[in-house]
Design a protein around this ligand. Structure first.
Ligand SMILES: [Fe+2]
Length: 186
């Protein structure tokens, strides 16, 4: 919701500034005010776009667990999380929002299964504790899904930020613990 108001406010500022620039040029090109406004406008747009990019997750090499197919899954999860966040923040419509949420949940289930299979294969000793974290997360996202069915868009407030933080903390904490057991398993 906040993002929508932010976008409207930005559009309003741009609109008013463009009008002011037009009016300023009525006094001739030597008038410095429209030139200053144009510079200011360029800066506002630049910083707004940069903020947009920063608010989304971006894969970093430091997230790597050294197993290519797990890294690929994590990259895909980041893509789906960003898609879900965009669907929520820009009010893209219920169908897109619901699809993005379902895709994210389905891929999370698929990835957890794959990761658990891999841990089993390599006899990772803390597999049960790790599986318990996965199960707790699945229970949480199923609750998000139920809340969304009951309350719609408003039920998703804060969910993307929560999931972003959970994923990065899980990769950097819990997932990395199995790295030594899979060092040669690409
Ligand atoms: Fe995991």
């Amino acid at each position: 919701m906040k993002k929508k108001f932010g976008t409207i406010a930005l559009a309003l500022i741009i609109g008013l500034t463009v009008v002011a620039i037009g009016l300023g040029f009525l006094f001739g090109p030597a008038n410095p005010i429209p030139w200053v406004l144009m510079g200011g406008l360029a800066l506002v747009v630049f910083f707004y776009n940069r903020r947009e990019v920063e608010s989304q997750l971006v894969w970093k090499d430091e997230y790597s667990v050294g197993v290519e197919k797990v890294d690929d899954d994590h990259k895909q999860l980041i893509t789906l999380l960003n898609r879900f966040q965009t669907a929520y923040e820009y009010h893209t419509g219920e169908e897109f929002e619901r699809t993005a949420l379902n895709e994210l949940i389905n891929y999370t289930r698929y990835h957890f299964d794959r990761e658990e299979e891999l841990m089993k294969e390599h006899e990772y000793p803390d597999i049960e504790a790790h599986k318990a974290q996965h199960a707790a997360m699945i229970a949480e996202v199923e609750q998000f899904q139920k809340d969304y069915q009951a309350r719609g868009h408003e039920a998703l407030e804060g969910v993307a930020t929560y999931l972003n933080e959970w994923l990065i903390n899980h990769i950097n904490g819990t997932d990395k613990l199995y790295v030594p057991y899979m060092a040669d398993k690409r």
